[in-house]
Write a protein that binds this ligand. Structure first.
Ligand code: MSK
Length: 635
């Protein structure tokens, strides 16, 4: 047993119950994996052909090359490129589904709305599409057409989603490096080809190809997905609710949505309300929907649905004995859920053709029959409630109040109360005068190698104390929400004096009657694009490159390949990007040096690996201060 599994009191409480109930969790399995393979940890194991596996001795006493002649540098660089391409593929696939949904919605073939016509017009205008006097469905189809052209682009031109949305200075940098992506599918395919046996043996070329995958993810995945989802379901505006497993209710049917794509979870939220009388008919007070991972973040941002928990405690949600149904779509779903659900009354429901889990009920989700699937799922949850065993129920009484929904539009809306003509000016003025030292975006997951949430929370405490504004997405946002950093009281408790003054002024002007939270929840993993949009707007307002801004990124507890691809995108944007868990690259001095230093000269950004939260916070502050100085803000 690890000494500390989590700092989340709800998770710790339930971890004890899991032990008592004889449930094996992610922490137990991690322990059984010890010691983990040193070759794999360093990235020095190659399984790309079946002459292998080959491994390089990091101490120089054994093989220095794989059977084909690949060196440590080549093996590490190829492995990294494949991981980042896999992360990008996940987001691009997600985005593609959202594009298909918008197309069918615009054609009137499915029962989904086009909820945000202003966002549709803004995106169309950005793409150079005339919007005047066009019906929303006509305009939507023209936007979809551009997205499809990007997906099927056979020309040498870069994706329009990149050229239309990226900062001009960045486009020039990326073009000079030859890393502007054409179509995302082609680039991902090329990365697989480039890394197969007998292909690229140049670590520098492989690292540049990795940077290109970061752009595939940033624009063909994150940005495209968020844009489509905002058009379909609406651009988030501030909402108030609660976070942590205490949001589950003993006298309600509890239905958890888990995964990433909101196409089904939006429908479930809607049908949970409609079918509430059926829940009442079996003795419940209603249906409580709560979210895990980024499906949770999506329905939080737009519908105010409470957050249940983040990645590492997904199994423990079932251990409460109070989850009647957990419905999953794609990504970050532990295969162990099926087995754990079988120990309780919980019905685990898979919905996607590429995510099936033995023991789960599979209810296929299609856009055409989304309402039927959502109704069936809600009714299964209601039926499962009747099977709940009260003796097995334990809901830890922990929840924190949170305010979420901070899309760029919502942030600009709040700032415009201070300056209607130039809404970014109050933010920029406060960065210039040093009230806000800089901005750090914390993103990404939990990783079992770190006590759940500790790195997110401890690092952010230090940043806030030093007047750094924090924006967050993904499971990082969950962690900070649970820790009470996403409410007005959090500003009082955690923000440094000058940051508090700014948060109070904006909060008062926006009519909250209290400070803004010191950490702004900007959404799901794909919503990292919102952070990209915000910094692009700030850089545009100031007329500087994004790489020059006093802004940095951090994935304190990354576990997924998607965290690596998001991080790579952040580096291409010119940001110092911190990782709190060491990625499998240390087996190559050359690759490590390129990622943490060598790339900076050409791309502006770099990875910064630091496994201590306080040191990481100060490393990021130091980086921000250097950028402030270079901009002439501090002498
Ligand atoms: S869900 S990718 S564990 S953030 Fe987006 Fe959380 Fe990381 Fe999955």
């Amino acid at each position: 047993m690890l000494n500390i599994r989590s700092i989340d009191p709800a998770a710790l409480d339930l971890a004890k119950k899991a032990d008592k109930d004889g449930i094996e969790t992610v922490w137990d399995r991690y322990e059984k994996q010890q010691p983990q393979c040193g070759f794999g940890s360093l990235g020095l194991c190659c399984r790309h052909c079946i002459q292998g596996p080959c491994r390089i001795d990091p101490f120089g006493k054994g093989p220095e090359k794989g059977i084909c002649g690949a060196t440590a540098d080549v093996i590490v660089a190829r492995n990294l490129l494949r991981q980042v391409a896999a992360g990008a593929a996940a987001h691009v696939d997600h985005a593609y589904e959202a594009v298909e949904a918008l197309k069918l919605a615009a054609e009137g073939k499915i029962d989904y709305p086009i909820a945000d016509i202003n966002k549709l017009k803004a995106i169309a205008t950005g793409l150079g599409i005339e919007t005047e006097s066009k019906e929303p469905n006509v305009l939507a189809l023209e936007v979809v057409q551009v997205a499809y052209e990007d997906m099927g682009n056979h020309q040498k031109r870069p994706m329009r989603w990149v050229s239309a949305h990226a900062p001009k200075q960045r486009l020039e940098v990326w073009e000079s490096l030859g890393i502007l992506p054409r179509n995302p599918d082609r680039e991902i395919r090329e990365a697989m080809h480039q890394t197969t046996m007998g292909m690229d043996a140049d670590p520098v070329n492989l690292v540049l190809a990795t940077a290109k995958q970061g752009l595939v993810d940033g624009y063909g995945g994150l940005k495209l997905a968020t844009d489509m989802q905002d058009i379909l379901f609406g651009t988030p505006a501030p909402v108030v609710t609660e976070a942590n497993l205490g949001v589950l209710k003993e006298d309600y049917v509890n239905l958890i949505v888990h995964g990433h794509v909101p196409l089904l979870s939006e429908k479930i939220v809607q049908w949970a309300k409609t079918l509430s009388p059926e829940a009442e008919a079996v003795g419940a007070k209603g249906v409580q929907v709560a979210g895990i991972c980024c499906s949770g973040n999506e329905v939080l941002m737009r519908q105010g649905v409470p957050l249940a928990t983040n990645y590492l405690a997904q199994e423990l949600a079932i251990v409460t004995g109070a989850v009647d149904t957990m419905v999953v779509d794609v990504q970050c779903i532990m295969p162990s859920l099926g087995q754990i659900a079988s120990c309780y009354h919980t019905e685990l429901i898979t919905t996607m053709p590429i995510v099936k889990i033995p023991g789960a009920t599979h209810i296929p989700f299609t856009l055409e029959h989304a309402d039927e699937a959502a109704q069936e799922i809600v009714r299964k949850a209601i039926a499962a409630y009747a099977r709940r065993d009260p003796n097995k129920v334990h809901i830890p009484d922990y929840r924190a109040k949170i305010m979420a929904g901070f899309s760029v539009e919502a942030i600009v809306g709040a700032l415009s109360k201070l300056d209607a003509d130039q809404p970014l000016k109050p933010l920029v003025d406060n960065i210039v005068n040093g009230n806000i030292v800089g901005v750090v975006a914390t993103v990404g997951c939990n990783n079992v190698k770190v006590a759940q949430d500790i790195f997110h929370v401890e690092m952010v405490k230090e940043l806030l104390k030093n007047n750094v504004l924090v924006v967050a997405t993904g499971c990082s946002a969950h962690a900070l929400a649970k820790a009470g950093m996403m409410n007005s009281e959090g500003a009082e408790k955690y923000a440094g004096e000058s940051l508090k003054v700014v948060l109070t002024a904006i909060g008062e002007a926006a009519g909250l009657g209290a400070p803004l939270p010191p950490v702004l929840h900007m959404g799901s993993c794909v919503d990292n694009s919102r952070i990209g949009d915000l910094v692009t707007a700030l850089a545009g307002y100031l007329g500087v490159d994004t790489a020059a801004l006093p802004v940095a990124a951090s994935a304190p507890e990354p576990q997924h390949e998607k965290a690596l691809s998001i991080g790579t995108w952040a580096v291409t944007m010119g940001f110092t990007t911190h990782l709190g868990v060491v990625p499998p690259v240390l087996g190559s001095k050359q690759v490590t040096e390129l990622l943490t230093a060598g790339l900076t000269d050409v791309i502006g950004g770099k990875f910064y690996v630091e496994t201590d939260p306080q040191t990481a916070a100060h490393g990021l502050i130091e980086d921000i201060c250097k950028k402030r100085k270079a901009l002439g803000l501090d002498q």
